[in-house]
Ligand binder design. Structure first.
Ligand code: URA
Length: 210
């Protein structure tokens, strides 16, 4: 059972994250590190998955060997920066089903508005891992998770690279049943909603946009 918030303090995670935070780290290195770190975070977020056994034959003898139980899990990328985390996690869990949620913020109402939603069937029977590198205000992540619940998901975990205290509080208020796994809990948000000290705009840094 995961706590509501897990900060993965593993030395490799922290070392890679420091390089990612550095403003002088080039896009290609940032992208590669994101891929590597996402696999280490995925290792943590998949702790305690349901297991069963299956009968196999090793070269020596038959055995009942442990294997994952149930339907393939669903990875949901919250666009667009979620795709950077998705790639690495998918390398670790290649049989996962994949979905996408796209939201933008209405400038007048400031409410998240859905522009894309495509998820695997039978979400209610799967562990759903939603991925988005930056849990900042938490508004879009919380809204994306609400959409996933409306689509039937009941067992959801949230994977991010950095979290703010504000984002964690928002998620705890709206989705107390969704455990969060992150590489760091930063200090706060600035007036523009960026995580501080953070790493800047994760999408821009991974895609080389400005
Ligand atoms: N999104 C980002 O990419 N960075 C932040 O700091 C906050 C939201």
């Amino acid at each position: 059972m995961l706590d509501h918030l897990t900060v993965v303090k593993h030395p490799l995670v922290q070392h890679k994250l420091t390089i990612m935070r550095d403003r002088d780290t080039p896009t290609a290195v940032f992208r590669q590190l994101l891929r590597e770190i996402s696999q280490l975070l995925a290792y943590e977020i998949t702790r305690g998955l349901d297991m069963t056994t299956k009968r196999i034959e090793t070269p020596m003898q038959p055995m009942d060997a442990p294997t994952l139980a149930g339907k393939k899990l669903a990875l949901i990328s919250i666009l667009r920066a979620g795709n950077g985390l998705l790639d690495g996690v998918l390398e670790l869990i290649p049989s996962a089903r994949v979905g996408f949620v796209g939201l933008y913020r209405d400038e007048e109402t400031l409410e998240p508005v859905e522009y894309y939603f495509k998820v695997p069937e039978a979400l209610e029977d799967r562990l759903v891992i939603a991925v988005d590198p930056m849990l900042a205000t938490g508004n879009s992540s919380a809204a994306a998770i609400t959409k996933l619940k409306e689509a039937g998901a009941t067992n959801i975990r949230f994977l991010c690279l950095l979290a703010s205290p504000e984002g964690v509080a928002k998620m705890k208020e709206v989705h107390p049943d969704v455990p969060i796994v992150t590489a760091a809990l930063d200090d706060c948000l600035n007036e523009k909603g960026y995580i501080v000290p953070g790493l800047g705009d994760a999408g821009d840094r991974m895609f080389g946009t400005k």
